[in-house]
Design a protein around this ligand. Structure first.
Ligand SMILES: [Zn+2]
Length: 366
């Protein structure tokens, strides 16, 4: 079974490595406001994005629905390790309402040092949410949408600029985690949420004292899904190596409400439902850094929830082949048994043990 899995994983990794795409277009960085020459976009006209931003109609778009039954375990995926996350309060971080979300600018000293083939440096983090009427995560898991989602955006420092990195296949990495209502206030989120009202209107900026950015992410960074996708807003560049954590982040209902009701969008209405719907996979594979437990399907933890887990493709194949083998072996044994029985009774056709009497012609005519 391990061999089967290893083989399939290698095939998938090879396929993933061959999906490099070139991008000729230029644009503003996600999710900053559109630069000169760029069209206005909004969540109300998602279907029109590809008109002004061709990549938005591409074959490797994000977000996606993660079908946990179709993910493939890869032992190559090591735990995500972050460095430089605990920022001194004397360090001021820019916080901005860009009309589509709230963005916290991050210093490049924050890095991902393990969990990817190369190091990535931080750019910014931002959020996606719904409204008091409904959830608003971008990724979904087995069709389930979570209350919200945090995206921490990183770029590959081997490129000269962030702008250049954004158009390269290995240019960007985004760490994503689902936000979910829990019983307690999440103290790690307080520095951000307490100042959210300072950037209520589109374009407003303020600064936040440095804090431990690591606290915004789940405690467990070992278990995650990995796939190749895109920015989830225009210009939708297909250059993001996604990590979607299995463990969710819990906020209190009050904290989530602050996120859902404080900011205004470009139309001066409350900024809500700033999420894109899941995009087609077009044959892309989704890797998992962990082997899912067979049961129970959902394992609640004290301070978080594990996302749905179930049998992997490798397990299903192993079971199918096992059943197939058992059936074939049984059929063969029955065949052998019949052959032996017949050879032991050479006269069985000529002299049957009749336990009935033949019907008379008269009886058969009725
Ligand atoms: Zn995002």
């Amino acid at each position: 079974m391990n061999c089967t899995r290893l083989g399939l994983s290698l095939l998938l990794l090879t396929a993933l490595g061959c999906t490099a795409e070139e991008h000729g277009s230029e644009g503003s960085s996600h999710p900053k406001r559109e630069g000169p020459g760029h069209s206005h976009w909004s969540y109300a006209d998602k279907a029109q994005w590809k008109t002004d931003f061709p990549d938005c109609g591409g074959q490797m778009q994000s977000p996606i629905n993660i079908d946990t039954n179709s993910t493939m375990y890869s032992r190559e995926l090591q735990a995500i390790v972050l460095s430089g996350s605990n920022l001194d309060p004397s360090k001021r971080l820019g916080l901005m309402n860009n009309g589509h979300t709230v963005v916290l600018r991050l210093p490049e000293s924050l890095t991902i040092t393990d969990g990817y083939p190369q190091e990535y440096r931080a750019m910014q983090l931002h959020f996606h949410w719904g409204s008091p009427q409904g959830p608003g995560s971008e990724h979904t898991v087995d069709g389930h949408r979570y209350d919200g989602e945090i995206h921490v955006v990183y770029y590959n420092p081997r490129y000269n600029s962030i702008k250049q990195a954004m158009t390269q296949p290995d240019g960007l990495a985004v760490l994503a985690a689902f936000l979910q209502v829990g019983p307690e206030k999440n103290t790690h989120y307080q520095p951000l949420l307490e100042q959210l009202h300072e950037v209520q209107e589109t374009g407003e900026e303020t600064t936040v004292a440095g804090f431990n950015i690591r606290g915004l992410l789940p405690s467990n960074l070992d278990r995650y899904y990995r796939y190749r996708g895109s920015l989830t807003t225009p210009p939708c560049y297909q250059t993001v190596n996604w990590t979607v954590f299995n463990q969710t982040v819990l906020l209190s209902q009050e904290q989530l409400s602050v996120l859902e009701t404080t900011l205004q969008g470009e139309d001066d209405e409350v900024l809500q439902n700033n999420f894109r719907l899941p995009q087609p996979l077009h044959g892309r594979g989704v890797l998992a850094s962990f082997q899912a437990a067979v049961s129970p399907r959902r394992v609640p933890l004290p301070d978080s929830e594990q996302l749905g887990s179930s049998l992997h493709t490798g397990d299903v194949l192993a079971i199918l082949f096992g059943i197939l083998f058992a059936v074939t072996a049984l059929a063969f044994l029955i065949y052998i048994y019949k052959q032996r029985s017949q050879s032991r009774r050479p006269d069985s056709h000529t002299k049957p043990n009749v336990i009935y009497t033949a019907a008379t012609p008269e009886e058969n005519m009725g």
